[in-house]
Design a protein around this ligand. Structure first.
Ligand SMILES: Nc1ncnc2c1ncn2[C@@H]1O[C@H](COP(=O)(O)OP(=O)(O)OP(=O)(O)O)[C@@H](O)[C@H]1O
Ligand SMILES: [Mg+2]
Length: 314
């Protein structure tokens, strides 16, 4: 018995002689949010397309909801919902009609359909615009309608390919809270994003994809710890204390203006204790201490884009 909602191993995909996915291994536990990060062209949408049965892999194995995408595509499709990178909303239909269309396609009995549509319109704050054609919706409304359409049929695993691209900060937060509510209900989310803050806020685990390979995987904190730059910042009230501390902690860097000292550290409890013990030993007291970790932007820049492409387009 396994609780993985998605299990991928050795996934490969090429378009002609261009390798797009070069042996991807990943596992997503049920009821968690997994975020795939990567620069433009890294292969995120291709991964989503293979996992959602839209594109056939060249090699490897992919199981979604316990089913093999290659041989049990129908069972996979029954378990998942997909919101693509580009909204699947029909511009000519109203919000209500778009949702009704999904209800009709999903085989929900007609007598329940109206209730499902109304419920989703309310949940996504679209009830007032329900009778207007989607062509008159703002980008954020369209995104919300798109996600609402994905939720028809109550999928247990949802793929979201850049769900908040182009949204303003408030709409993005609304989307985040909808995603969190889904996970609280036990839904599994596979999310791609360009926004590292989004992955940081939402994801239980993150994988960084670059040129078709996973270059890192872990919790947001694990990833931040992988790159150098984590340090402890000590603040002092007097120059004398700063001087004393700088003498004791010889590998530190001083910031005289802020009366602060930057001490390289992994930020773990053991090294913090050792650091404090050392200050104590010399009777130096710091006014404040904070552990500074690189943010995901630093991680992303350190991990992606710097390598020579092995498969060149030219
Ligand atoms: N149908 C296709 N035919 C040929 N090449 C393709 C096809 N689909 C994708 N590619 C190529 O595969 C690579 C990965 O594309 P993909 O859309 O998966 O990237 P992505 O990570 O989603 O990028 P973005 O952040 O821009 O959405 C790109 O180099 C792209 O040109
Ligand atoms: Mg994409």
């Amino acid at each position: 018995m396994t609780s993985s909602a998605i299990a991928v191993s050795g996934l490969r995909k090429a378009y002609k002689d261009k390798v797009v996915l070069d042996g991807i291994d990943l596992e997503v536990q049920a009821g968690t949010i997994f975020s795939l990060l990567g620069p433009n062209g890294a292969g995120k949408t291709t991964t989503v397309n293979v996992l959602t049965t839209l594109v056939k892999a060249d090699g490897g194995s992919v199981r979604v909801a316990g089913h093999d995408v290659a041989t049990e595509a129908r069972a996979v499709r029954a378990a998942i919902g997909v919101t693509g990178q580009f909204a699947a909303v029909d511009e000519l239909l109203t919000g209500r009609e778009n949702l009704q269309l999904m209800v009709d396609l999903s085989g929900i009995p007609t007598r329940d359909g109206g209730r499902v549509v109304t419920g989703l319109l309310e949940r996504f704050d679209l009830a007032e615009s329900a009778q207007k054609p989607a062509s008159t919706y703002s980008g954020g409304m369209r995104r919300k309608l798109d996600l609402a359409m994905t939720l028809v049929g109550d999928p247990r695993i949802i793929f979201l390919d850049e769900p908040t691209t182009g949204l303003d900060p408030r709409s993005r937060r609304t989307m985040w809270s909808i995603i969190r509510d889904l996970v609280a209900d036990g839904v599994t989310i596979f999310l791609t994003t360009q926004y590292l803050e989004e992955a940081d806020q939402l994801a239980d685990r993150i994988a960084v994809l670059d040129q078709g390979r996973l270059v890192a995987q872990g919790t947001p904190d694990e990833l931040k710890r992988q790159i150098p730059g984590t340090h402890v910042r000590l603040r002092f009230t007097t120059v004398a204390e700063l001087d004393a501390a700088a003498r004791v902690l010889s590998d530190s860097t001083r910031d005289d203006e802020a009366l602060a000292l930057r001490v390289p550290s992994d930020g773990g409890t053991a090294s913090l204790r050792a650091l404090l013990d050392r200050l104590d030993e010399y009777a130096i007291s710091a006014e404040g201490l904070s552990v500074q970790t690189p943010d995901l932007d630093d991680v992303f820049l350190a991990l992606t884009g710097n390598r020579t492409p092995e498969v060149s387009a030219k």
